[in-house]
Design a protein around this ligand. Structure first.
Ligand code: NAD
Length: 473
């Protein structure tokens, strides 16, 4: 497949293979974009913004509605690409593709609600004869950088609101999963987006990132990815807006009065969705000691039933990790924890990129798998007996995206909801629940700002004040 620069789909001699991590087959290639290509993309953005800022809200919304229609009409095609280039099973990929359609529809709806307000200039002496208001204008050029784990819907979370707001975009999709992003841009162009309005550059972030990130023509960086790349980007960005959706180590508290079957089912799915490569995937389960043994037994039993393997088969529950190297890393972290005294209740094994769903207990606080984002199919069980201590434990690490609590006690639910330090608390759901229109983002190293269409539109627009001095009034 090709990249889109200056309105043209172009290829390059130097290419990157896009590999299916299940069988290591090469699905396709994309051009390996260079710094020269990044400069070309940047040289087109002024003209691109001239196009997008003049498009009516009606036209922008129609493009987004039509793109959603294209995706919904070709759902199986999009789902197959997601499943082949990444880690997701076909069922997980179908869900992502259908969420992507919804993301674009909500972006279209929100484009009609980019509202301003009148300003009471007469609220301070001297302003009696002034009248005015503010409206929100598009921020300009948005640089969108996306990760591998939701290769379609997380791209839609940037392109949807950017187009809805009237911005021009440079998109740098994940190096390993660029195909879904290219298909989405193709669909947007088919739906009527002028091809000059969006630059799509494929390549290695570490090669071309600095040229894109540091350029002053870019007015906002919308980044989703790991904290290391996030820190690097923040250091290079200079004076521009930065939106960051980073990682986490999501904690879930299971209180003694929880509906155990609900908690087990929800947390097993939340731990192993997309082979655990999920920013809101359950990593730490803090379980009340009264129900610990029963929860553990049920949790391990359900995990053992997980069928791992061929992503394209309908009955596969979990596919491979994104690369063999990543699976080796997780296997190493499990071994390190075991060497330090953790018990592996199930899993721990690996074949190529396929890492077994793994459950650990007695994980010491200095194990990497306890204190770093694992981003793989493993989960740690901890015994707790005091709510304050459980909340303190949940808050102890430097991330804070989503947290969750299972309980039937409203006091416990409210206390946890207010005291957990994060961007959202799910009650009687695992952390792996997200509605695409809710404000989504984290505190501490989990990020800056919020996504979720309406909230992304706030980030991608700026208020401009218009004030009339009317001395003859
Ligand atoms: P990553 O940080 O390795 O890469 C993300 C993107 O950044 C890729 O497109 C990559 O090419 C690019 N990149 C890397 N270095 C760069 C640089 N120096 N300059 C510019 N761009 C650069 O992340 P990943 O492995 O693709 O994704 C996994 C991470 O993403 C996890 O930490 C996960 O938690 C996080 N994530 C967060 C959310 C969220 O919404 N909070 C959602 C999904 C994933």
């Amino acid at each position: 497949m090709k990249m889109l620069l200056d309105g043209q789909w172009i290829d390059r001699d130097k290419k990157i293979d896009v590999i299916d991590p299940y069988d290591n087959s090469v699905i396709d290639t994309v051009p390996c974009g260079s710094n020269e290509d990044a400069r070309t993309a940047l040289s087109c953005v002024a003209a691109a913004f001239e196009i997008t800022k003049k498009m009516s809200v009606y036209d922008r919304a129609q493009i987004l509605y039509k793109t959603a229609q294209i995706i919904n009409d070709r759902l199986e095609e999009f789902a197959t690409i997601i499943a082949r280039e990444g880690s997701k099973t076909i069922n997980e990929a179908r869900k992502e593709a259908s969420r992507c359609g919804n993301t674009l529809i909500v972006a279209a709806e929100e484009s009609k609600r980019i509202l301003g307000e009148t300003i009471p200039f007469d609220s301070f002496p001297g302003g009696e004869k002034r009248r005015g208001y503010y409206y929100r204008f598009p921020i300009g050029v948005v640089l969108a950088i996306t990760p591998f784990n939701d290769p379609l819907n997380l791209v839609a979370h940037k392109l949807g609101p950017a187009v809805a707001a009237g911005n021009a975009v440079i998109l740098k999709p994940a190096t390993v999963t660029p195909l879904s992003a290219i298909k989405l841009v193709e669909a947007m162009v088919e739906a009527g987006l002028p091809p000059q309005a969006i630059q799509l550059i494929t390549g290695y972030g570490s090669d071309i990132g600095d040229v894109l990130v540091s350029d002053e023509r870019v007015r906002m960086i919308s980044f989703t990815g790991g904290v290391e790349a996030g820190k690097h980007i923040a250091g290079k960005a200079g004076i521009k807006k930065i939106g960051m959706e980073l990682g986490s180590d999501s904690p879930v508290i299971v209180w003694k009065d929880a509906d155990l079957d609900l908690a087990v089912e929800s947390c097993v799915s939340g731990s192993f969705w997309a082979a655990g490569q999920n920013c809101i995937g359950v990593q730490r389960l803090l379980i009340h000691e009264d129900i610990y043994d029963e929860f553990k037994e049920k949790f391990v039993a359900q995990t053992k039933q997980y069928k791992i393997g061929d992503k394209l088969k309908d009955d596969t529950d979990m596919g491979p990790m994104i690369t063999e190297k990543e699976a080796e890393r997780v296997e190493k972290w499990v071994k390190e924890a075991a060497d330090k005294g953790a018990t592996v209740l199930t899993g721990g094994g690996r074949k190529g990129a396929l890492m077994e769903p793994t459950v650990l207990e007695n994980v010491p606080a200095d194990a990497t798998i306890h204190c770093e984002e694992v981003f793989g199919p493993t989960v740690n069980l901890y015994r707790i007996n005091d709510l304050d201590e459980a909340i303190a434990e949940a808050n102890a690490l430097p991330y804070g995206l989503l947290a969750a609590v299972f309980t039937s006690n409203v006091d416990v639910a409210f206390k946890a909801a207010y005291d957990l330090d994060c961007g959202g608390v799910m009650i009687n759901d695992s952390t792996d629940y997200r509605l695409d229109s809710m404000p989504f983002g984290g505190v501490k190293y989990s990020g800056l700002g919020r996504e979720g269409l309406k909230f992304s539109l706030q980030e991608m627009t700026e208020p401009k004040v218009i004030c009339f001095n009317l001395p003859k009034m």
